[in-house]
Write a protein that binds this ligand. Sequence first.
Ligand code: FE2
Length: 429
Amino acid sequence: MFDLIIRHANLPDGRRDIDIAILGQTIAAIAPGITAEARDTIDATGRLVAPPFCDPHFHMDATLSLGLPRMNRSGTLLEGIALWGELRPTLSREALVARALRYIDLAVTQGMGAIRTHVDTSDPRLVTVEAMLEVRDLVRDHLDLQIVAFPQDGYYRAPEGAASLTRALDMGVDIVGGIPHFERTMEEGRASVQALCRIAADRGLPVDMHCDETDDPMSRHVETLAAETIRHGLQGRVAGSHLTSMHSMDNYYVSKLIPLMAEARMNVIPNPLINIMLQGRHDTYPKRRGMTRVRELMAAGLNVSFGHDCVMDPWYSMGSGDMLEVGHMAIHVAQMASLDDKAAIFDALTVNSARTMGLQGYGLHKGAHADLVVLQARDPAEALRLKSVKLHVIRRGRIIAQTAPRIGALLIPGREALIDPATGFAPDY
Ligand code: FE2
């Protein structure tokens, strides 16, 4: 007798009509036609069942603060940073916790199972860090929250940048962050990457840096990050977030850079929604897209996962907590629209991001955590196309969120019908 069986599911790898049996907090069996009984059953006929979405790059301390203390008029990254600098002294731990919990509630209903959040350590009060450490404990049963110490105003550029980051790590922050392109000079940027990688090596921590989030084709911090990763033996434990300068770099230089990144086994985290919104702002026409070279990085064997980055904050007034929205934008900006491309993009929102985050027990196999999402879609391509409803969200064997399917009622005389956008419309392919 199992606790829960999801019957007749489609899986992301293309298998159809599969049953998934759950015992306690674990997947006990995945096979067609499981005959055993269960206390609960979900009929997933024609529905995609996937492991949860994981967001490897977010800013939980800024989310849902849109309009505080004012709106970003120019819409640029730099005005966003300035605006955040105005808001930061007014932040309270209580308000930060409340906003983070509201966002996590939203994200969980969209099938989110894990979030890696950067937390600004520039204000020596570190109220942001205190709040996110509290949130990490509060949400443990709903979602895995990882925290990156992020020196928003610069590790060297901010008056107490280095000391505050060290204190944040001492308080229990998981990951070392950085922002080399925001340091005063290219040289100080390089020195910050070197110092931060040394700290990570000494403390046995992973690294996740905002790196070269600029349109400057001469920004070279990705190269330094890869070299320092190899120097300290941190291969596979370092992530480069954004890497937008790679969009504008000389092709010959990139032909040398990508193999270096592969040697470092760097995890690459583009943020399609924010990159397409913030990059290319100094261009007239043609305007650059600014997202890093996703197809080429994937082809070189690098682990690419996409982040949501921002939802309703000083940098981005949009966003929904739905990683399918992120993938939808990635398909367009990277021009990756074949079936294989869409499968790769779906993986980048799920298994690749779980790998970036080093999550244990993740995936669709016997013995994995029973963390699952049932979608109103037949397959990953349809889920991305429709940004499908997440019908059931399961965490450690328990259904923790449900959403009614999106069904339209057509009332035209003679054509009356209930319309499910996920069935019966697309031809078989
Ligand atoms: Fe970011």
